[in-house]
Ligand binder design. Structure first.
Ligand SMILES: [Zn+2]
Length: 252
């Protein structure tokens, strides 16, 4: 059984039997993996308090050909992010990001940028930057990194640039339609030029600057509706953490 090492973030951790834990992790080098931590509930020697959700750890694990679960061998805490679990408001935000990554990814597909994205956003929440913009930017960047980036810089129908104030987003086609091309298209969501420009900016802004971005109230409203409907078609279900989060976002 080969031994692997990688930085990882704990997405989920559930007790299993008398003494074990089943843990889902997003790792830098292997993408999402699921593993068993033998004796984690009893012995604190190998795992300590490293298997709490949001913990950022250095993980070593064995892969067994006969099992879908890897076997966690040892974890060192890099950063506990304990503040995210102790403050219910921050926990709601972090849980949403964690659950979104878990629900949108398949196992063992490496995506180093997605690992970095999650780490940067957990850090923002830990610092107390709880602006609704942060949720939208996380959604936009997650979609882009997974290959689902909506097309926002021209009309999907006539291919022309968008100049009018009122346009429409097609959830099914993942892009914008101008008012002319939008005729006879059912199920579109209206989107202003300002929101299109805001979303385009969020696709490219440096992650270091994300905490300083502000949307207009109209762009907050429109981008929430559009992204939530766009994500729903990939998720196929409501995330538990989304309802939890909405209790802490009064504008939701
Ligand atoms: Zn058009």
């Amino acid at each position: 059984m080969p031994l692997y090492k990688t930085p990882a973030i704990v997405l989920r951790s559930i007790p299993y039997g008398e003494a074990d834990k089943i843990v889902t992790l997003y790792t830098l080098d292997f993408g999402k993996i699921k593993g068993i931590a033998k004796g984690a509930k009893r012995s604190r020697k190998r795992f300590g308090n490293t298997l709490e959700i949001c913990s950022y750890i250095n993980l070593s694990f064995f892969e067994k050909e006969t099992s879908e679960l890897v076997r966690l061998n040892h974890c060192d805490l890099m950063r506990s992010f304990a503040g995210l679990r102790e403050d219910i408001n921050k926990l709601a935000w972090a849980s949403y990001f964690i659950e979104l990554v878990n629900a949108m990814t398949a196992e063992k597909i490496k995506n180093k940028m997605l690992f970095k994205l999650l780490l940067v956003f957990l850090n923002l929440i830990d610092k107390g930057i709880l602006k609704e913009e942060i949720q939208r930017i996380f959604e936009v960047r997650l979609l882009a990194l997974l290959g689902y980036q909506p097309l926002l810089d021209h009309c999907l129908g006539c291919k022309k640039g968008l100049s009018g104030e009122k346009n429409f987003f097609s959830v099914r086609e993942g892009g914008i339609l101008c008012p002319v091309c939008a005729l006879n298209h059912p199920g579109l969501v209206s989107i202003s030029l300002g929101t299109i420009k805001t979303l385009l900016l969020t696709q490219t802004i440096l992650l270091e600057k994300v905490g300083r971005v502000s949307f207009s109230p109209q762009s907050l409203r429109e981008s929430k509706t559009i992204l939530s409907r766009f994500l729903e078609q990939y998720l196929g279900k409501d995330l538990k953490s989304k309802k939890f989060l909405e209790q802490f976002s009064p504008s939701a």
